[in-house]
Ligand binder design. Structure first.
Ligand code: TUI
Length: 308
């Protein structure tokens, strides 16, 4: 399948892995890139030396292009923005903010720039600032989210921009990919489906939660802090949700409770204190598979539905 995204990024398939903080390390990124998509290493708020090491290890595992996701609320964002240039990373996606101030330097260095956006307004700003493409991310996604759904957001961003649009949020099989293409997307970003992959290094408890989740098992917490996040329902996320609802947790107390909770979920599988960030499509995912199988199945199903 050829689209402006495969041409731009030099990959076989227009599938980009989500830049999942704490989750997306080099083993997963290399596996997705070797499968023909674009794997991503997530910067999160990790130290720069760790990320340099991850980028170098990824280069050893794949000759295909891969990228880095920069979470713009990270205190290390400036250093990571420079690191991707120094290490010759081909693709950058960004989240949780506007990357405008970094774009000129990235373009100068030949890095392909793909901001993740939750609204048409930000998408337009990103195109003006020189982005090569955008990911239009619906509220079905895991992690930090906007309010608009994939179904509503993607066609509006497609209509508003000239540059290609990648759809994200609620896409985990070829039907979702085909649907996104019918809305005008030229690529898809997939996160949650890759959580339940062999190569994903998260704690087995996390994978178990994903494959056991039902359609109603995700919950959005933290709207009142200004950083709403979609998680899998657990004792902990239910406690946060009810504390937010009934006012028994102040926003400051909420922030304190969630500090370090991504690491506790991903590394320790800690059900009492961990935030298991995950998309609403987890209910459809029932099996752990290698990334190559996941990608091949999605592509075969999408191409059949789209008559390619
Ligand atoms: O960034 C994501 N997903 C994420 S980041 C993350 S780590 C985190 N943990 C706790 C709090 C916050 C982040 C986990 N998941 N997706 C892309 C995304 N970007 N979603 C929403 C946004 C966004 C929101 C506001 C982008 C820009 C924005 O405003 C920018 C502006 O300047 O107007």
């Amino acid at each position: 399948m050829k689209t402006r995204i495969t041409e731009l990024l030099g990959c076989k398939y227009p599938i980009i892995q989500g830049g999942m903080a704490w989750v997306a390390e080099h083993t997963l990124a290399a596996a997705v890139s070797n499968a023909g998509g674009i794997g991503l290493i997530a910067g999160g708020s990790a130290p720069i030396d760790y990320l340099r090491d991850q980028i170098r290890k990824c280069k050893e595992k794949t000759n295909n292009p891969f990228g880095v996701n920069i979470m713009l609320m990270s205190p290390n964002a400036d250093d990571l923005a420079q690191l991707v240039i120094d290490e010759g990373v081909k693709v950058v996606t960004t989240g949780a903010g506007s990357p405008g101030k970094y774009i000129p330097a990235w373009k100068e260095a030949g890095v392909k720039v793909i901001p993740v956006v939750p609204s048409v307004a930000l998408a337009k700003r990103m195109e003006k600032a020189g982005a090569d493409a955008v990911v239009a991310e619906g509220t079905e996604s895991g992690g930090h989210i906007g309010e608009n759904t994939t179904m509503c957001l993607v066609p509006q961003v497609v209509d508003a921009l000239e540059i290609p649009v990648i759809a994200a949020g609620g896409i985990a099989d070829g039907r979702g990919m085909a649907a996104a293409f019918m809305l005008g997307a030229e690529g898809v970003q997939i996160g949650t489906r890759f959580l339940a992959s062999d190569e994903c290094q998260i704690h087995p408890t996390f994978k178990d939660l994903v494959i056991k989740a039902k359609d109603t098992d995700s919950v959005v917490t933290g709207r009142y802090t200004g950083h709403p996040c979609r998680n899998i329902k657990t004792k902990f996320s239910k406690k946060l949700a009810s504390g937010e609802r009934d006012g028994s947790l102040t926003p400051d107390e909420f922030e304190e409770l969630t500090l370090g909770s991504l690491r506790k979920a991903v590394q320790d599988g800690n059900l009492d204190e961990g935030s298991f960030l995950c998309g609403a499509i987890a209910g459809m995912i029932n099996e752990i598979k290698p990334c190559s199988e996941i990608v091949n199945e999605i592509m075969a199903q999408a191409e059949k539905l789209l008559n390619i």
